[in-house]
Write a protein that binds this ligand. Structure first.
Ligand SMILES: Cc1cc2nc3c(=O)[nH]c(=O)nc-3n(C[C@H](O)[C@H](O)[C@H](O)COP(=O)(O)O)c2cc1C
Ligand code: SF4
Ligand code: SF4
Length: 263
């Protein structure tokens, strides 16, 4: 089939990234799409109206793996997508060790909504949730490999050779959005955040970064009860003033600069 016939000349890419790994992958894919003369628009998924997505374009979605699924707000976006009426869709996720068969979980959401799943890729990237020191050189090597995979994946999509197969067996609890909610309720308690008012310079970066408006900025930042542990605030705080209440041994990791992730 000729590439022109494939309705892949225009891509609307919706992504969420906590600490920048997924953003790096999305940027790399966009670079390749543009080289291959595909028009791409990219949107932060959590600032977008799922019901307003352009169904005449191929839809791309990208997000991190979290707790063998993905963040509740990403799942909310996906479950609010309109009837796809045969629109093509591809997905990419980033993970550090095991994704919990996430492509299968997401495939079942989008096919029920009448999208055509044309490609899925899971790309290993550095772990952003580190309770041991990590080696920068090792993480740089993982990023390099990840970017290469992103490049190949974009080619495969454009040339019609990507695939998004059903996962033969998805444990029911993983595909269920109730499971994701319960896990994150547990996680936000276990990893509750706190501010060290002595270290905090009141720059407001954490407040601006939080994707779920979980931080109020009075004199100092204060956390509400909506945290989904994306790690943005704790990782991008310039003075390491944010810590987990019960864990002192967290090692922040960021793949991009604050200015990149805030966009
Ligand atoms: C709360 C949390 C849970 C995570 N759970 C998983 C997991 O279940 N499996 C995995 O392989 N990686 C897991 N990770 C690692 C991230 O998926 C990985 O580092 C990802 O590339 C981060 O992407 P981002 O920088 O775009 O946010 C987790 C990270 C966080 C913060
Ligand atoms: S990012 Fe850090 S220094 Fe800035 S307001 Fe938040 S806690 Fe304070
Ligand atoms: S409070 Fe911090 S870790 Fe929790 S969702 Fe907001 S930015 Fe992410």
């Amino acid at each position: 089939m000729e590439f022109e016939e494939m309705n892949r000349k225009k891509v609307a890419f919706y992504y969420f990234s906590g600490t920048g790994n997924t953003l790096l992958i999305v940027r790399e894919m966009i670079k390749v799409f543009r080289k291959l003369n595909i028009q791409v628009e990219a949107h932060n998924m959590l600032h977008s109206d799922p019901e307003g997505i352009p169904l005449h374009k191929t839809i791309g979605i990208a997000f991190p793996v979290a707790c063998f699924t993905t963040y509740p707000s990403v799942r909310d976006f996906l479950t609010k997508l309109p009837d796809g009426r045969g629109t093509e869709i591809f997905m990419v996720d980033t993970y550090s060790s095991f994704s919990g068969l996430l492509t299968g979980q997401i495939r079942s959401i989008v096919t029920k909504k009448n999208y055509i799943p044309i490609g899925a890729r899971e790309i290993k990237m550095p772990n952003n949730f580190n309770f041991k020191p990590y080696r920068e050189e090792k993480y740089a090597r993982i990023v390099k490999k990840g970017l290469l995979q992103a490049k190949y994946f974009s080619h495969d999509i454009v040339y019609g050779i990507s695939s998004w197969k059903p996962t033969p067996f998805i444990p029911v609890f993983l595909s269920n959005s109730g499971f994701a909610r319960r896990v994150f309720t547990f996680m936000k308690r276990k990893y509750a955040l706190s501010i060290d008012n002595i270290k905090c310079i009141r720059c407001g970066k954490c407040y601006k970064l939080c994707p779920v408006d979980n931080i109020e900025m009075e004199n100092y930042p204060e956390f509400l009860d909506r945290c989904q542990l994306c790690l943005r605030c704790i990782s991008f705080c310039p003075t390491e003033a944010i810590r987990f209440k019960e864990r002192e041994d967290f090692y922040p990791y960021t793949a991009v600069e604050y200015e990149d992730i805030i966009q």
